[in-house]
Design a protein around this ligand. Structure first.
Ligand code: C5P
Length: 238
């Protein structure tokens, strides 16, 4: 089946989303990433609004708190019927297990349980910052791999990671472990503030399971055409 790139809806309000969606045919069902900027402006209503139109949601809220709190928060997230959500692996195995439990408990009958993935080291963190701020003395790469393994141990479905890390993570984890990768740019597109980017075709080749694409679609002159082009590249059709 054809796979959809996940579109990062980094918009400030519902109004902007409504305008953006007018570029797409009404029957084009999208996979949308809602991050904390939008969620904390508009709340669960924005998830419901998009779900009612048939879109799938990756709710990117990166939870990180004590296990009990995360478990209860995840019950609420599961009730929203999202497809994917996430936590920080730095919260530990127990917290990740609690998150997973919360999702199971909150999922409404007959609905699929959301897939839970973990953030390892944020890509905004340099190795130097990690050494200084977190007092982690191994390399950034080792830390990322370690977090991926702890996510696997906790029974999570996978991790968010840069495309450059996918091959190592796949090697270190089981076959069904998912790598979801942002920082994707179609051939010839501007990179914006992303430092290390990869094309959709290359991301597929090296084993990304999902790609997240924001500005190359949301800021495009013709968003729908741009989306279709990226989808084609991602599915190896060009
Ligand atoms: O516009 P662009 O394609 O760069 O957007 C990528 C999306 O993925 C943004 O929402 C950004 O916050 C998110 N992201 C990222 N790199 C990470 C984690 C998340 O670019 N390591």
């Amino acid at each position: 089946m054809e796979q959809r790139p996940i579109i990062a809806f980094d918009f400030a309000s519902k109004k902007e989303i409504e305008k953006f969606l007018t570029y797409f045919p009404i029957d084009e069902k999208l996979f949308i990433k809602i991050g904390m900027e939008l969620f904390y402006q508009e709340g669960p209503a924005i998830v419901n609004f998009l779900r009612r139109q048939g879109h799938d949601i990756f709710l990117d809220l990166k939870l990180h708190d004590i296990p009990n709190t995360v478990q209860k928060a995840m019950r609420g997230i599961a009730k929203m019927g999202v497809k994917i959500t996430n936590v920080h692996a730095a919260g530990g195995v127990e917290m990740m297990q609690a998150a997973k439990k919360g999702l199971l408990e909150g999922t409404l009958e007959g609905q699929p349980v959301p897939e839970l993935i973990a953030v390892t080291q944020l890509t905004s963190t340099s190795e130097e910052q990690m050494h200084e701020d977190q007092l982690i003395s191994v390399s950034l790469q080792e830390s990322v791999l370690h977090y991926a393994k702890t996510a696997e141990k906790a029974g999570l479905a996978g991790v968010v990671c840069s495309a450059q890390e996918v091959e190592n993570i796949h090697q270190a984890t089981n076959d069904s472990f998912i790598c979801l990768t942002p920082g994707i740019r179609p051939q010839g597109a501007g990179v914006g503030d992303q430092k290390r980017v990869m094309t959709p075709a290359k991301a597929r080749e090296i084993g990304s399971n999902y790609i997240v694409v924001g500005r190359p679609i949301t800021q495009a002159q013709a968003p729908y055409q741009s989306y279709l082009q990226i989808k084609k590249e991602w599915n190896g059709e060009v």
